[in-house]
Design a binder for this molecule. Sequence first.
Ligand code: ADP
Ligand code: TRP
Length: 325
Amino acid sequence: MRILSGVQPTGRLHLGNYFGAIQQHLALQDEPGNECYYFIADYHALTTVKDAQALRENTHEVALTYLALGLDPQRTTFYRQSDIPEICELAWMLSTVTGMGLLERAHSYKDKIARGIRPSLGLFYYPVLMAADILIVKGEVVPVGQDQVQHLEMTQDMAGYFNSTYGREVLVRPEWRLSKVPKVPGTDGEKMSKSYGNTIPIFADGKALKKAVMGIVTRPIELGQPLPIEDDNVLGLYRLFASKEETAEMEEAYRQGSIGYGHAKKQLLERIDAYFAPAREKRRELEKDPSTVEDVLRDGAARAREVARETLEECRQACGLDGRL
Ligand code: ADP
Ligand code: TRP
């Protein structure tokens, strides 16, 4: 099966990105028969990141994160979106068969504007570019978090519009796949997100990790009193790292009142720290040689570009942009 997914280089990746997306991306890479394409969506990030150096650094940061967590560039095609300019050309073709109404219904556009992001044309066009990312490599399955489902529905529609307009089955309708944890709670209980300032970064350690975990919002309950287990921000994160039995133990301690939030946070902190220790080590190695990371991306782009060129050629022929008579 051909799998594709992308992540925007807009900041340091966090536990929401890890459990909602990256973990699933890496698991799919390890399933036999899968051909994975993962990319860093830097064209997309231009809609919000307006500082060139920040964009370069964020892009490198995402590459480091995936490689340190186990992306294998031999098996998986890993690339930077802007190394495949064919994507933009396909996006233009798709935009000419897509109605305004479809884009006007996009939740993510409305949410971003509500958060104060300037409503540029690019921001509005974002779902078309995202559809082109997927359709250009004929991705069949797209692992994403819940917030991306509408974009996938739009991609399916756009593939259908293109094929029916030109009477050819050129583009493949992708399916989305949600991770087991489609919504990881942040330190304030809302969805963990870079934009809400409630994240625990994957590679935080030492004081920074401690500060993030100790800052998790909890209810004002006196030490020694039972703690409610529903909608608890500490337990919500602890479950992601602990086994069923360990979670049951922690829940029992909550019910008994034999654990306080400080202690529970400490246990969570230890879990996070231990879970990512090997990846942190690998990251340190990779950091020593930025050119290796760059080579991986260039090599991935060369492979992805071959596939992209083929699809684009088929699309150009379908629309009559091929100079044939
Ligand atoms: P952010 O909301 O921090 O800007 P992105 O929109 O860049 O994160 O998300 C990258 C990927 O991680 C997407 O597939 C998205 O669905 C997933 N993701 C982000 N935050 C969470 C979360 N809190 N829970 C589950 N998945 C998430
Ligand atoms: N829009 C996605 C996000 O914000 C990132 C993305 C861009 C993507 N292109 C994609 C995800 C293609 C999956 C497939 O998280």
